[in-house]
Every structure is written in structure tokens, then in C-alpha cells.
Design a protein around this ligand. Structure first.
Ligand code: ZN
Length: 209
């Protein structure tokens, strides 16, 4: 990453993504200046490049596709009609209002309708939507919608519980408040027993370990 003194980045034979990195790096450097920092002091020399790289990684969900992620992990399960649930899927995202992290857990359940998905894929689906600038409500809906799309199940339910650093670090009162969102579709919406079973499982205290 070559910087000239006036902030112009030299364009040579770099690939598009390198150009994007260089532009982003310059932007973070300027951000440091606007914060009153000296981007040339030793501790900050490599910070613009690190921040650019880390932000690209934290938002890599834009380049992921649910159908691609699920590819090869869908199985026929004729006759399977009981609820499948994975609890405590770790989740890290960035709020789109402040670009500060929010983090927590997702609990995901569905009732198959002929197709099931490899359980290890559920965290990958969360990644697709969490690694973007998000609001928790939309993230929850998108996870539910993706499962609905790919599996066409009898029903799907998603609960997300998360702590938002924009509330915890900026506010004075909401340091410990957790935000809980849910999205239910199909039987999870229309059948009271199914919904209750799901919510009871989702909100049950965490088991140790
Ligand atoms: Zn925020």
C-alpha cells in the first residue's frame, strides 16, 4: 500500500481488490487524523491497513450466498416430522447505525417437510447474514427466510438474543440489557403448541458447558 503525502494512492498493476484495500486504508488513515490522532506515530502505522482488512472480513457476508453455503448438505428425510433445533449458535455482527458490534446467540428450529439440512450448516447460514451491517430484527428475519427458502419446511422459528455495544458503550443505563428478537413462520406461527414448544426450548436456561 503506497501512500503519497497528499493522500493520493498510486494506481499501478494492482488488482481491483488491492485498489479497494488501498482506498479503504487511506480512508481509515484520514479518519484517524479527524479523530485528532497522528497516523504516523509508531503504534498506528499499520492500523489503517489492519482496520481495512478487518472490516472486509467482518462484512464478508455480502459475498456469501445461502444456496451456495447449503450446497451438498441437503438430505431427503421422508417422514421426519419432529422439530429440529440448534441452540446457542454464536453470532457476531455490526449494527448498521453505528458500525459497532453486536453479539450473542441464535436459536434455530424447523420442522422438516421431506428435506433436512446438515446441522453444521446452520451456523454457516447465520454467518451469511451476520457478517454484514445489520439490525438485529432483519438479521433474525433473514435467517428464518433463508431456511424457509432452501428447505421449504412445515415451519421455522428463530430467536436471536444479543448485546449491542452501541448501547453498552455509549449509553449510561443500558449496559446489561439484552435485545431479543424472534421470527416464526409456518406451523411456528399458526400452531400454538408448536410455537410454545419452540419458545420454551429457545428461552430455557443455558445448560452448562
Ligand atoms: Zn447501533
Amino acid at each position: 500500500m503506497a501512500h503519497t503525502g497528499d493522500g493520493v494512492t498510486t494506481l499501478d498493476s494492482r488488482s481491483d481488490s488491492d485498489d479497494a484495500d488501498a482506498e479503504f486504508t487511506d480512508l481509515v488513515r484520514r479518519q484517524l487524523e479527524l479523530l485528532g490522532e497522528d497516523p504516523d506515530r509508531e503504534g498506528l502505522l499499520r492500523t489503517p491497513a489492519r482496520v481495512a482488512k478487518s472490516l472486509a472480513w467482518l462484512t464478508r457476508g455480502y459475498e456469501l450466498d445461502v444456496h451456495h453455503v447449503m450446497n451438498g448438505a441437503l438430505f431427503d428425510a421422508e417422514g421426519a416430522s419432529n422439530m429440529v433445533m440448534v441452540r446457542d449458535v454464536e453470532l457476531y455482527s455490526l449494527c448498521e447505525h453505528h458500525m459497532l458490534p453486536f453479539y450473542g446467540r441464535a436459536h434455530i428450529a424447523y420442522i422438516p417437510n421431506g428435506k433436512i439440512v446438515g446441522l453444521s450448516k446452520l451456523p454457516r447460514i447465520v454467518e451469511v447474514f451476520a457478517r454484514r451491517l445489520q439490525v438485529q430484527e432483519r438479521l433474525t428475519e433473514q435467517i428464518a427466510g433463508a431456511l424457509d427458502d432452501v428447505l421449504a419446511p412445515m415451519g421455522v422459528g428463530v430467536v436471536v438474543e444479543a448485546y449491542h455495544l452501541c448501547m453498552m458503550m455509549r449509553g449510561v443505563e443500558k449496559q446489561n440489557s439484552k435485545t431479543i428478537t424472534s421470527a416464526v413462520r409456518g406451523l411456528f406461527r399458526s400452531d400454538q403448541r408448536t410455537r410454545e414448544e419452540f419458545l420454551t426450548l429457545a428461552y430455557a436456561p443455558r445448560t452448562a458447558g
